[in-house]
Design a protein around this ligand. Sequence first.
Ligand code: SAM
Length: 225
Amino acid sequence: MTQEQWSAVDHYITNLLVPSDPALDGALKLSDEAGLPPHNVSPNQGKLLLLLAQIHGAKTILEIGTLGGYSTIWLARSLPVDGHLITLEANPKHAEVADTNISHAGLSDRVEIRVGLAVETLQQLATERRTFDLIFIDADKPSNPDYFTWALKLSRHGTLIIADNVVRNGAVIDAASEDPSVQGVRRFNELLANEPRVSATAIQTVGSKGYDGFALALVTSISAL
Ligand code: SAM
């Protein structure tokens, strides 16, 4: 299989199951025009996030890594009217573009963007005694182990933790990799494996974003949190 085939099949799936949407298409267009990197999830991955949040009945969502707010819009659309999503972004320009995109999508009433280094904002959220039903980790991969540790502190029994890009074109199996993102993801996967309070798996994916994968972890024990 080639990247061309993966992209063509993604195109086919997206055309069938993820109809064109002005707010989401506009978010990608504005992000591109503003010079943001194209590191957003693909449309069918965004729909998967929405479905997972709906299946889970999430009312409170935490996203680590906003970029232009593309995945934020997908996740926020899953929320009931009294739901709330907090998304963390270090880059003020990214946050500004996301703010515009979220406003155009009519979701400003339920989305809060917090600008700053995520590890610092996560500490703040813990101080505020926040917990979340769903946590999506999608920022700088070397920090994934820290993000998982914080995600657990911000979890309740039944919280669903999702992490993107945990396969990295297969490089995840290279223990000697000198890529800090690969090492961050490997350490994250090991934490998942050794954490008795979660039940987890990871799935390989191919598509318009290449060969990668995501991890799902359900927090199954609140007593030790
Ligand atoms: N979730 C987005 C989507 O699918 O539309 C994509 C997020 S992109 C992969 C990662 C984002 O994390 C970038 O906007 C980057 O600026 C941000 N980021 C990187 N390091 C960060 C940090 N230490 N704290 C907070 N955000 C960070």
